[in-house]
Design a binder for this molecule. Sequence first.
Ligand code: HEC
Length: 184
Amino acid sequence: MNPSASSAATTDNDPYDLFKSAANLVIKVAIATVVVVGTIIFLALMATPDHVGSGDMSEQAVASRIQKVGSLVLGDASGGGARTGEELYKGRCAACHDAGLLGSPKLADKGAWSARIASGYDALLTAALKGKKAMPAQGGSGYSDADVGRAVVYMANAAGAKFAEPKAETSSETAATQAKKSKP
Ligand code: HEC
């Protein structure tokens, strides 16, 4: 028999045992409370503007927060950031035209380009802007019309054409006008 059972002081209803289990419960509740409250405080801190962002809802601040990583810096009218036809070509057009993918005329392949060059810069530019067969519009790039024009000039000239390089701020309309002047 359990020796404690013989003693009146240690029965199942012993007030001391009751006290122990009550104290146990209090400690467990206290620990659970600390964990829950701590978690809430942690989450609340994570959600403060310091962590989430500046909270600045101005157009510029929002734009800078949602901006894609590695955004393209397109040439501006000041000419300072304008990319050359070669850079533009390498940025997008080379994906197909370096290897002649999907039946595209290879860069500097005079055989593939001579007839195209003979059709004139306007025709080439229009094909690049609107797309042609496997080539998507703008050559699949996000370039401005003027940038596509510079890439076209670079490609055509690499295969022997002598098209004039459109200026950075040239709109597609004036690029076409320029092209007329520079037709071979
Ligand atoms: C997805 C592949 C692909 C990409 C990317 C691409 N091209 Fe093309 N490109 C083609 C194909 C295919 C043709 C041949 C179309 C045809 O059948 O005449 C072509 C033809 C051309 C021609 C000749 C059009 C003509 O009338 O003969 C030019 C100019 C040209 N591309 C410019 C560009 C420029 C500039 C870029 C980049 C901004 C570019 N391409 C990106 C696939 C591509």
